[in-house]
Design a protein around this ligand. Structure first.
Ligand code: PEP
Ligand code: MN
Length: 336
């Protein structure tokens, strides 16, 4: 249920409404807009909406039948902008994240980060705990990988994102990482989502391999229901009958999500296509369709990469693409 307050409702009136719904067994999530404050009442209890309508300062009470509330634009009409190291995702800004699939060695990260930093990239990616299809494939360096990622990022004044796979890894990630990534395979790991709701750092939530947009938004709702408002959605391709590309990039998910939700949506063209030469065209398509960010795999030596070399751009290719994307962004009235 959404409670829209009158524009002139002061803090005292807002607080009285919050106290009232809490006392009725609901959680209150407050969104303060330029004109109105909206209070989202989330809970399973039954309440007579007229009891709330009668409270001082209440303009309107709207029952939401859609399964997602906090992620919905009805709850928060204005775009959520998530800022990390001065890089903004959402609200007319496109954030760029780049880096290798996996942290392999200090030198590998150092070489790639230096080149990316020179092109103006401020958010570095790199997996330390890798969800590999085969148990015999390289699983990542673990904490050592996170340490390298942090050290290199600090050297070039960058922020970092890396994938967290389990609840018990969260404290470790809070120590080293600025954006916690939930991988496609963990999109419905509800215990992990609930725990990420309790932290106060941005979460990059990847769409599951075969998840509908509604399921994906419900996973974002789990995180937000815990009180963490900083969720960045990431479309990374879905599994279809097509085998030439690794997955099928659902470009239409961008405008669809943006209509339903205020959360920023970024695109991962690397995992979506699995092919280096498809990364640039799909990145451009994503920006043209209104994406709020991109996460692109770049490796200084893709031939020797331990993971996903075939879809990783050479730093020079990335530099050229980033410049093209900045030009394209102007056409859609956005900026990096
Ligand atoms: C990744 O970004 O490192 C990754 C494993 O991606 P996904 O979860 O989308 O497969
Ligand atoms: Mn990868």
């Amino acid at each position: 249920m959404l409670i829209v307050m009158q524009p002139q409702a002061d803090e005292e009136k807002i607080q009285k409404v919050i106290d009232f719904i809490k006392q009725k067994g609901f959680d209150a999530h407050v969104s303060r807009g330029a004109d109105h404050t909206v209070i989202g009442a989330v809970g399973r209890k039954v309440i007579d909406k007229r009891d709330i309508e009668l409270l001082d300062g209440v303009k309107e009470v709207i029952r939401i039948t859609s399964p997602y509330k906090l992620v919905s634009r009805v709850f928060k009409p204005q775009d959520t902008i998530i800022e990390v190291k001065g890089v903004k995702f959402g609200g007319g800004y496109i954030g760029m994240i780049a880096g290798p699939c996996t942290v392999e060695t200090y030198d590998q990260m150092d070489i790639t980060a230096e080149k990316l930093s020179k092109c103006g990239v401020k958010v570095l990616r790199g997996g330390a705990f890798k969800p590999r299809t085969s148990p015999y494939a390289f699983q990542g360096l673990g904490e050592e990988g996170l340490k390298i990622l942090r050290e290199v990022a600090d050297k070039y004044d960058m922020a970092v994102t890396s994938e967290v796979m389990e609840v018990n890894q969260i404290p470790l990630f809070l120590k080293y990482v600025d954006i916690l990534q939930v991988g496609a395979r963990n999109m419905q790991n509800f215990n992990l989502l609930k725990s990420l709701g309790e932290i106060r750092k941005p979460v990059l939530l990847k769409r599951g391999l075969s998840a509908t947009i509604e399921e994906w938004l419900m996973s974002a709702e789990y995180i937000m229901a815990g009180g963490n408002r900083e969720v960045i959605l990431c479309e990374r391709g879905i599994r279809t009958f097509e085998h030439i590309t690794r997955n099928t990039l659902d470009i239409s998910a961008i405008p669809v999500v943006q209509k339903i939700s205020h959360l920023p949506i970024v695109v991962d063209p690397s995992h979506a296509t699995g092919l280096r030469d498809k990364v640039a065209p799909m990145s451009k398509a994503a920006v043209a369709a209104g994406a709020d960010g991109l996460i692109i795999e770049v490796h200084h030596s893709p031939e020797t990469a331990l993971c996903d070399g075939a879809q990783s751009l050479y730093p020079e290719e990335f530099a050229e693409l980033f410049e093209d994307l900045k030009t394209l962004a102007r056409v859609v009235k956005k900026s990096f």
